[in-house]
Write a protein that binds this ligand. Structure first.
Ligand code: PGA
Length: 250
């Protein structure tokens, strides 16, 4: 049985004080969520310290939204995986389409970031997904396969054991447009088959989350699909009640 996971990606939203309040509300409501569902929140770097304190002793785990591709040194403005881990985070989102698109993150950079994550015991939540024109021209499977082959295939088997994948069709992120449950299942099953080509039976244990306008009203249908193991939630994770309603949708 695979882990069921709901992770909240706060992106560049909330002040530290607002983030602490949001984390407090999520932690309180998390008592209503089934024990077999893991909850993760990913606030901005500036909130990690205070949110870690708020979440201590609760069932909600902490993630960052990114990490540096280097260990330490003269890299102005960067935040290392070691710093993130030392604050009590256990996860890091890597390869989000916004990072790929706006900050030029390539597979080469992401391989370095993955190495930093593993070296510091952070579990990566590695994002893949196609753009609208890629889906419309029937290239979506090839695009996602390349994102997996170029990065995930470079992992050692024991690293792969600690990986979470998020499928986020770019055309569904923040647009209110969701992939249908059948479209999500089709891609999730494909991703699992691509993982199995390299990692064999281990692929059956890898959690694959859906992301892209997932909300309380559509989470149940998405999570009911065999290969959809939860969600990576953007907009709806900024409202504690909505985030928890999604986590109660399995
Ligand atoms: P969204 O974002 O839920 O606001 O579409 C998802 C994500 O980018 O992680």
């Amino acid at each position: 049985m695979r882990k069921q996971i709901v992770a909240g990606n706060w992106k560049m939203n909330t002040t530290p004080a607002e983030g602490t309040e949001l984390a407090k509300a999520v932690a309180e409501l998390s008592k209503e969520v089934a024990d077999n569902v893991s909850l993760i929140v990913a606030p901005p770097f500036t909130h990690l310290c205070s949110v870690a304190k708020t979440l201590a002793g609760t069932k909600v785990a902490l993630s960052s939204q990114n990490c540096a591709d280097q260990a330490s040194g003269a890299y102005t403005g960067e935040v290392s995986a070691r710093m993130i881990a030392s604050l009590g985070a256990s996860y890091v989102i890597l390869g989000h389409s916004e990072r790929r698109e706006y900050y030029g993150e390539t597979s080469e950079i992401l391989n370095k970031k993955m190495a930093q994550a593993y070296a510091n015991d952070l579990t990566p939540i590695y994002c893949v997904g196609e753009k609208l024109n890629e889906r419309e021209t029937g290239k979506h499977f090839d695009v996602v396969r390349a994102q997996i082959e170029e990065v995930v295939y470079q992992l050692a088997p024991e690293q792969f054991d600690r990986l979470i994948i998020a499928y986020e069709p770019v055309w569904a992120i923040g647009t209110g447009k969701t992939a249908t449950a059948d479209q999500a299942q089709e891609m999730h099953a494909y991703i699992r088959s691509v993982l199995a080509e390299k990692f064999g039976d281990k692929a059956a244990a890898c959690p694959i989350l859906y992301g892209g306008s997932c909300k309380p009203s559509n989470a149940k249908e998405l999570f009911a699909k065999t290969d959809v193991d939860g969600g990576l939630i953007g907009g709806a994770s900024l409202v504690a009640a909505d985030f928890i309603a999604i986590a109660k949708s399995f």
